[in-house]
Design a protein around this ligand. Structure first.
Ligand code: C2E
Ligand code: SIN
Ligand code: SIN
Ligand code: FE
Ligand code: FE
Length: 359
């Protein structure tokens, strides 16, 4: 630590310095006869304690304190002012500008030493507390980052688990979640929403975990009854994800439940219409269908891009929220870039289940 002693009286200055050396043998001490000299380096040196005489010719103690209080760090350092015992009014003014303690002339060396020891102990404690606070908020930040990234990892692994049972490939999840982000960004949602929807979209079909293989992996068209069972994947997904404290999983549940609702109310499971359908699900509906159409499925060939665009346009106000379709089509270059970036790579298990089906 660094102590500043400022007194225009040489004898007092030396006396204070001697006492300070006894009180704080380990610390650096700087003495100044001229307060303006003390001001020069005050900001860069950031002393830890100041002893200042009140009565000085050019700048008095109170003026000096007013000047140093402009630096925010000096709000936290002990300032001891030396005055005559009778200067009640000066002491009150000094308290107003932020003096911590007083010493009275004539100086009592034992009293000065004890005050210094106490105030330095206070200062040391304060510094340690500050270090601790910095360390603690650093640790909290690190821990929070770890929790968030573990949560994201678990969500991706959950989506991957579902994928192993589903003929869809990892490419679908990557593409539709990136498409969803592009739509969300273009709609002008804020960054945290864009991040969230990209991470939550992969959970949309998690409920397919609850659909029997015979239906899920059926190579041909589903019968009416089979399709009714297939439609349960929305509510199953929402059951898997519901009542979470995590914003990410809450959005996952919302998307899982409502991604097959349609703008005109003809979708499932609730037949909600228009803006009753959460915006996250309206966004994901466009992203999911576009990718389902332009990808091969066990029950269908991949559509040409133009045909998929045609279907989106045709269903602007029936199946889809027209705003979502419009921004999607405005961003078609970005969409196609994402499509070519995340090509389908079939997982081992998918290959095995296909093999079983062919067998
Ligand atoms: P999915 O394959 O991920 O398809 C998601 C959505 O994309 C479908 O929701 C539908 O809105 C759209 N879509 C996909 N392929 C076509 C298509 O060839 N024509 C049209 N017009 N739209 C298409 P949807 O219909 O609610 O189906 C939900 C899920 O049910 C599908 O997810 C798929 O896993 C399954 N599914 C639907 N139809 C069949 C089918 O005929 N056979 C089999 N095996 N599964 C089907
Ligand atoms: C001074 O402190 O500046 C001189 C007068 C005194 O010591 O009382
Ligand atoms: C002095 O510092 O010069 C003496 C008077 C006082 O401190 O009040
Ligand atoms: Fe679905
Ligand atoms: Fe999907």
């Amino acid at each position: 630590m660094l102590l500043y002693i400022i007194d225009d009286n040489q004898t007092n200055l030396i006396l204070f310095e001697q006492i300070a050396k006894l009180a704080a043998p380990e610390e650096k001490i700087k003495t100044f006869l001229d307060p303006s000299k003390a001001l020069n380096d005050f900001e860069s040196e950031k002393p830890d304690l100041v002893i200042i005489d009140y009565m000085m010719p050019d700048i008095d103690g109170i003026e000096f304190i007013k000047k140093i209080k402009k630096f925010s760090f000096s709000k936290e350092i002990p300032i001891i002012m030396v005055t005559a015992a009778t200067d009640k009014e000066i002491r009150h003014r000094a308290l107003d500008v932020g003096v911590t303690d007083f010493l009275t002339k004539p100086i009592d060396p034992l009293e000065v030493k004890t005050r210094l020891i106490n105030l330095l102990a206070l200062r040391r404690l304060h510094l340690r507390q500050k270090d601790l606070n910095v360390w603690l908020s650093d640790e909290i930040l690190k821990a929070t980052e770890t929790i968030v990234s573990r949560e994201e990892e678990l969500v991706m692994r959950l989506a991957k688990a579902a994928e192993y049972r589903d003929p869809e490939t990892g490419g679908h999840i990557q593409r539709m979640s990136h498409y969803s982000r592009v739509i969300s960004e273009k709609l002008g949602m804020d960054k945290s929403y864009n991040d969230l929807i990209q991470k939550a979209a992969p959970m949309h079909d998690i409920g397919k975990l609850g659909i029997p293989d015979g239906i899920l992996l059926k190579p041909g068209k589903l019968t009416y009854e089979e399709m009714e069972i297939m439609k349960l994947h929305s509510s199953i997904g929402s059951k898997i994800l519901e009542n979470s404290n995590s914003k990410l999983i809450q959005m996952g549940a919302e998307i899982a439940l409502s991604h097959h609702e349609k703008w005109d109310g003809s979708g499932y499971p609730s037949g909600r219409k228009g803006e009753e359908i959460p915006i996250s699900a309206r966004i994901v509906a466009v992203a999911d269908v576009f990718d389902a159409l332009t990808s091969e499925r066990p029950y269908k060939k991949a559509w040409k891009i133009e045909d998929a665009i045609g279907l989106l346009k045709e269903n602007r106000n029936t199946h889809f929220d027209s705003k979502c379709v419009d921004v999607f089509l405005e961003s078609i270059e970005t969409i196609l870039e994402i499509k070519s970036r995340f090509k389908d790579t079939k997982t081992e298990i998918t290959k095995i289940s296909e093999f079983d089906l062919n067998f």
